[in-house]
Structures are given as structure tokens and as C-alpha cells.
Ligand binder design. Structure first.
Ligand code: ZN
Length: 390
């Protein structure tokens, strides 16, 4: 399984200037190569190389590897463009948009990503530095940083090329890692259902509750503080508001990592699969008071879902996605569905059989049941091809 890890590069001012000059040169060279490719209709690396390689090396001072990568990047961009034109992303042939996209050469932003292979970039994981090629020569001991979990994955599983990019005022290296997967469990002993919600972020059918009350209170405080700062609208207030937003996002991610880890470990330990609700359901389902709605819309449930899917796949735990419609109104014992089964937000009480339970717990049982039914009907485990940890 592929995993993309992004780490922040912390160059000294001198190193940063060299990296900037390098990125600009590579992208200028690629843009020029793209115009040649367009003129001569040379869209394949071998062919384009004949027309551009010598001049790229001479005019922009790119090394042999960098020149080849600039040419390859250009060809890849045309391949992507061709695919996008074919699948209608620019409208039909003959329309203005289509003509505009196909009628001129591809161009690269001066800070667009540049691929680096192992000859141009080496990693010293213990020192947390890289040695990286630049147009001003090899830069040694360029520091990088990332979360402990990312650095571990990077040190153990990085493979192939990495991209250097300047984004939002930060230098980043985006590395691809190849993570070993456990053999998939093809005969799960049932499914662990997960109900996602506002009051409780996640409740499993085993009754484990990942309570959101404390987290939500903190989030609300932060949000209020942020909106106060935004009202002030001074430079320092805006900067502080941004810092709070970043802090909140990191905390939410950390919580999502913990919740997903717990859920996957439990499913793995008991030989079960995981049933998740499709995420479109959660917003439609919620009829809530305003403050709760704000929480719901900003909690990164999609991130939680992708963390569960990724960790499950790594552990060989099958995941199925089920339609959560009426899961909160359905009795998990007799399957009677009625709005009246929910006398209060937190309480489930069946009008027909009298079964009483915590509302989210009851819903997670329904999701587990639906997951099992979907599995029996032959739904395959679906995990995304590429997951991003940032
Ligand atoms: Zn019932």
C-alpha cells in the first residue's frame, strides 16, 4: 500500500535561496520544454529529450538527473492533459474551454513540484537532514521535521522519488512510502459497526464511546476566540487566528489517529471487519441546533474515515461502507423504524418491542448489521489507493 508523507524542510536562508533558484530553473526549463513538445508534437520522453536535453543542461545549468526529470515531468503533464481532455474535464471538443486547454503549450508555475530521485536527494533519518541537489551545488545537512509517526514511516518505508515543493510559504518534501499490508481477513467473524456523530464522535457496536463533549467544548471556545480575533481584523489578530486554526486542526487529527487506532485494533483482535457509514449520510441525517451544527460541519469525519480505512487495510481488516439512512431510528432488535423510537437525542426506546438503549449504541448495532449484510451480499472491502498523512 502506498502512503504519501509530507515533511517540512527547514533550510537556512542561504539554502532556501539555493532551493528557490533551483525550483525556478527546473520549472522554467520544463515550461520551455513544454513549448518545444507542443511545437514539434514530441510528447514522449525519449523524443523530447533529443530536442531539449542539451539546451536544458546548458541554459539552466541543470544536472543530468534534473534535466531528465524536467523532461519527464513535461511529458507527464501532457499525458494528464490528454486524459482530462478525453474524459471531458474541459468540456466537449470545439468549445472555448476545450480549445483553450488543448490549443497552447503546458506551463509550470515557478514553484511547482520538482521530482528528486535517490541520486539527487539522500535522507539522513537520524540527524533529520537531507542532502539535496541544487543549481548552486549539493546542499548538505538541510534540516527537516515532521510528526513522530510520519518520521518513523519515512525512515522505514520510503521508496522511489520525492517531490520538492514550495507551498504556502513553506518548503516541503513529499515522499512516497510503500507500506507492507497484512493478508486480508477474508472470513470476518462479524462486523464492528461505527456510528459517527456530534455528541459522541464515534460509538462502536461494542459500546466503546469516543466522547466528544470535552473536545467540543474546547473547540467551541477556540472558535469563539477565533471569531473575536477575526472581528478585530488587525495583522497580529489575523496571525493569531490562523495559529489557533492550525492548532485545532492538529488536535483534531491527533484525536482521529487515536480513535481510528483503537477501532482497528479492536476489529483485528476479534477477527471482525469494520462497518462505516458513507459520509454523505452524516450531514443529511443531522437535524440539530445551530451550535452543534457548526461542530458537525467542522469535525473532520472524512479524515477519521480515511484513517480507519488506511489502518484497517494495513492490518488486513475488511471495511465496508453502508447507507446510514434511518440507522438512528431503527430498532437493532426488531428492526422497527420510527421517528418516535427516539424520545430524546441520547435515548433509543422501541415503540414495538420496548428495547431501550443509548441511541448511538443502538445505531452502531444497525450499522454493524448492515455491514454484515453487505459483506454477505459480496461487497468488497474498499480502501483508498493513496492515503495522505500530512
Ligand atoms: Zn424493537
Amino acid at each position: 500500500m502506498k502512503l504519501v508523507v509530507r515533511v517540512k524542510v527547514l533550510p537556512t536562508p542561504v539554502q532556501a535561496a539555493a532551493l528557490e533558484a533551483t525550483l525556478h530553473a527546473c520549472n522554467e526549463a520544463a515550461t520551455w520544454a513544454a513549448s518545444v513538445a507542443f511545437e514539434k508534437e514530441a510528447r514522449r520522453p525519449l523524443e523530447l529529450r533529443k530536442h531539449t536535453y542539451a539546451e536544458i543542461r546548458f541554459r539552466w545549468g541543470l544536472g543530468a538527473q534534473a534535466a531528465q526529470h524536467a523532461i519527464k515531468k513535461t511529458c507527464d503533464a501532457y499525458t494528464t492533459l490528454k486524459a482530462n481532455l478525453r474524459n471531458g474535464r474541459y468540456g466537449r471538443p470545439g468549445t472555448k474551454r476545450h480549445t483553450r486547454a488543448s490549443g497552447k503549450p503546458v506551463a509550470f508555475r515557478s514553484e511547482a513540484a520538482q521530482p528528486y530521485d535517490d541520486r539527487m536527494l539522500s535522507w539522513q533519518h537520524e540527524q533529520q537532514t537531507v542532502s539535496i541537489w541544487s543549481t548552486a551545488g549539493r546542499l548538505k545537512s538541510v534540516a527537516f521535521t515532521g510528526q513522530a509517526e510520519q518520521l518513523e514511516v519515512l525512515a522505514a518505508h520510503r521508496r522511489g522519488e520525492s517531490d520538492l515543493v514550495f507551498q504556502g510559504g513553506k518548503w516541503l518534501l513529499i515522499a512516497t512510502c510503500e507500506i507492507p499490508e497484512a493478508a486480508p481477513n477474508t472470513h470476518p467473524a462479524g462486523f464492528l459497526g461505527v456510528d459517527l456523530g456530534v455528541v459522541n464522535i464515534a460509538v462502536t457496536s461494542d459500546g466503546e464511546r469516543h466522547c466528544g463533549r470535552r473536545i467540543n467544548r474546547k473547540r467551541e471556545q477556540d472558535r469563539n476566540l477565533r471569531s473575536e480575533l477575526q472581528k478585530k481584523n488587525t495583522k497580529s489578530a489575523r496571525r493569531r487566528a490562523k495559529r489557533y486554526a492550525g492548532k485545532e486542526a492538529r488536535r483534531a487529527k491527533d484525536i482521529n489517529h487515536k480513535i481510528s487506532k483503537g477501532i482497528v485494533a479492536e476489529a483485528e483482535r476479534t477477527g471482525r471487519g469494520i462497518a462505516l457509514e458513507t459520509l454523505t449520510g452524516i450531514r443529511e441525517r443531522a437535524r440539530l441546533r445551530k451550535p452543534q451544527r457548526a461542530t458537525l460541519h467542522s469535525w473532520p469525519f472524512a479524515q477519521l474515515g480515511s484513517f480507519i480505512a488506511y489502518k484497517a487495510r494495513k492490518a488486513g481488516v475488511p471495511v465496508v461502507y453502508v447507507d446510514p439512512a434511518y440507522a438512528s431510528q431503527e430498532c437493532s432488535k426488531c428492526h422497527h423504524i420510527a421517528r418516535g423510537n427516539r424520545p430524546a437525542q441520547a435515548v433509543f426506546s422501541c415503540r414495538v418491542c420496548g428495547f431501550v438503549d443509548h441511541a448511538d449504541h443502538n445505531a452502531s448495532h444497525n450499522i454493524a448489521h448492515r455491514g454484515w449484510m453487505a459483506w454477505v451480499c459480496g461487497v468488497q472491502s474498499t480502501a483508498p489507493e493513496l492515503t495522505l498523512i500530512t
